[in-house]
Ligand binder design. Sequence first.
Ligand code: ZN
Ligand code: ZN
Length: 250
Amino acid sequence: MPQLLFVYDIFGSSFNSSSNYIFPALALKKLIWMQISMFILGEDKTVPLLEASNLSLRHHLLRLTARFIPRYERCTCNECEVFSGMFGNTFWHENITPTMHQWLNKQSSTRLPMSAFPHLRKICNSGFIVDSNGCSSYLIHPERMALPTLYISGGRSLLVTPQTSFLAHKYMKLHQPGFRHERVVVEGFGHSDLLIGEESHKKVFPHILSHIRLAEQGEIHTKRNQCSKEALDWEADQLYDGSFGQCGTC
Ligand SMILES: [Zn+2]
Ligand SMILES: [Zn+2]
């Protein structure tokens, strides 16, 4: 069984002047919102989402404010409204069953830990993954990711756009050409509905299974741990200004 990296998130998220098409327009409001919410939150960064919870004044204020934040879809469920106000819609409602919706809001995600949001903001502002200090300590080491990868994006964009997986896929093909790297954009899906959708087992999971199968076969014949010439030139790519090594603080 080969190691398998399965990514559908912000590996290559970008939100800077040169490539701001990667995040939907709502992202800018979100970034500002993150700053405001951190200010409101103060010390305790974990927000209870359940209606019945005993709330501190700060948490109460934050939940109230969250309801006014624009988002793609509104919902009749209070917990869902607060979550998507703070984080953004993560799925298209029509793609998940009422049972799943109920479970998510009343059992699974009853608290929203927001302490990672400042880190997330740094990633979004940089346009690629950085550590919590804002330093590029991951993408400068492609040799550490010697493994097959599969990228799955939703074609009906939500939260992040398919451009993120496009960049991640390209990065891995160039830096780890000895492994199988595939990318799929599944029409009609947004973000987390790719994994929890009613139709996921028909429209998404087969891609994962086939990738595992082919990666297992392919690894025997093609495994090698070296960068191609093309890979070394990758930083000259038009989508990037070659600034992966730069960091304001280190
Ligand atoms: Zn996600
Ligand atoms: Zn909902």
